[in-house]
Design a protein around this ligand. Structure first.
Ligand code: SF4
Length: 429
């Protein structure tokens, strides 16, 4: 089975499971999420079978631009690797080693390489849209993909320095050059600003729902289950089922609103709140464990999260004192990321989110090979102690790979000890 067929089978199984046995703790809008993901994979597979063109690339801002060049679909490669089951991830990793590529990079990035190169697992993109920025691992993996596949690539330079607003025009100028280059080098591509406006209107609805969700999760008790909080946000333009996906986020928001109104907490009596940072071991039972101990996780904090949930978004006129045009809006989305630049942004945004959510502790799960957060966990922990008086736990691990009974048991033992510590510290405050 190719990637899309596997995904279709997976979401059909999940839908059957939640229809047969709906959870009272998880949001029921998850059903709509699975339906949207199922539809996405069905439509992507159909598009591929019909021989229609795909573009590969990364990220909010760029995805809307890619969809504005005509009838092109997007392959969000990192999000694709994120969805791999552990066994499939291990197989891809063996192929990475056999290809002589480094096995010390973050797993969610490099695992898409063997899939993309196989030829029968994913469609071959016509063009790659790349950017520098927070994560050089992603950037370099797309560069490698371009080189190994012989697919043309454009690269946008995102500066690091603050204030980030100063770089808007620099990025806009590059986007204008990108349009000229892509129109000249990608057969059938013609930038359509009206289409860009349409995509941004849909993306704006997505942001609006995320901002509401952010506020609703501040409520004590938190209305959301930790497992639902630990779900990546999908930029609508990356998906073939974009309108359905946006509908899911709005329905999710409405459901949390209703839970807040009746003071419902899926963890029972909320006894503790922690913020989870960066990523975690996918498919593990940590979220149910936390819920079972009455621990809420109101926010999953990573590079793009603060941008998505809390920063000014499409249509906002306050940040620059005027309405932005579509290319400026795209640039605005690309120039801020919590872990880009010096460590200052990551420290500041971590403190702000821990303060806003009244966290009793912070987990910094350091993804093996993740360059943006290397070496800063200690400093983040010291700031949290000093400014908020809360403990933090730094732990390193892979998101998808190397899961054994022993490593899982060690991880759970570490988590348990940290939660015990948070309870103790909370008692003493
Ligand atoms: S986990 Fe780190 S290295 Fe991997 S994609 Fe995210 S920022 Fe990049």
């Amino acid at each position: 089975m190719n990637f899309f067929e596997e995904e279709i089978a997976k979401y059909e199984r999940r839908l059957k499971r939640i229809e047969a046995n709906p959870s009272t703790k998880m949001v029921s809008s998850n059903k709509l999420y699975y339906q949207a993901m199922l539809q996405d994979n069905v439509e992507q597979l159909k598009w591929w079978k019909e021989g229609k063109p795909f573009l590969a690339g990364l990220g909010i801002g760029l995805a809307e631009l890619m969809r504005s060049f005509g009838e092109f679909r997007v392959l969000p490669m990192v999000a694709i690797a994120d969805r791999l089951a552990p066994k499939r991830a291990e197989e891809c990793f063996d192929r990475i080693r056999a290809m002589g590529l480094p096995d010390y990079a973050c797993d969610r990035t490099i695992l898409f390489l063997p899939m993309a190169l196989a030829g029968d697992d994913l469609p071959r993109p016509k063009f790659i849209f790349n950017r520098t920025g927070a994560c050089e691992i992603v950037h370099n993996t797309y560069r490698t993909l371009s080189k190994l596949m012989g697919v043309p690539m454009i690269d946008i330079d995102i500066p690091f320095e603050d204030p980030h607003q100063e770089h808007l025009q620099y990025v806009v100028d590059q986007l204008k050059a990108v349009i000229t280059y892509v129109e000249a080098n990608l057969p059938g591509a013609k930038y359509d600003e009206a289409k860009m406006v349409e995509w941004q209107a849909l993306t704006r609805r997505w942001y609006a729902a995320l901002h509401d969700i952010y506020e609703l999760r501040k409520h004590v008790p938190c209305p959301d289950h930790p497992r639902d909080v630990f779900r990546g946000q999908h930029a609508p333009a990356d998906y073939a089922s974009a309108p359905m996906l946006v509908k899911y986020y709005e329905t999710y928001r409405d459901e949390l609103q209703e839970r807040v109104a009746r003071n419902f907490s899926p963890v029972g009596e909320e006894k503790l709140r922690i913020i989870w940072g960066i990523t975690g071991p996918y498919g593990s039972n940590i979220w149910d464990y936390l819920a079972g101990r009455g621990v809420s996780v109101p926010f999953w904090h990573y590079g793009q999260a603060y941008r998505n949930f809390a920063m000014p978004f499409i249509g906002d006129e306050t940040e620059f004192g005027r309405k932005l045009n579509p290319l400026e809006e795209a640039a605005r989305e690309m120039i801020y990321n919590s872990w880009a630049g010096s460590g200052e942004r990551w420290i500041r945004d971590t403190i702000v989110t821990c303060r806003e959510f009244r966290a009793d502790g912070f987990v910094q799960f350091e993804q093996t090979g993740c360059e943006p957060v290397l070496g800063i966990g200690q400093i983040v922990g010291e700031h949290l102690e000093k400014e908020l008086g809360i403990p933090s736990w730094r732990v390193e691990g892979r998101q998808l790979l190397g899961r054994t009974e022993r490593s899982s048991a060690e991880f759970m033992a570490g988590l348990e000890a940290f939660i015990d510590l948070c309870f103790e510290r909370k008692k003493g405050r």
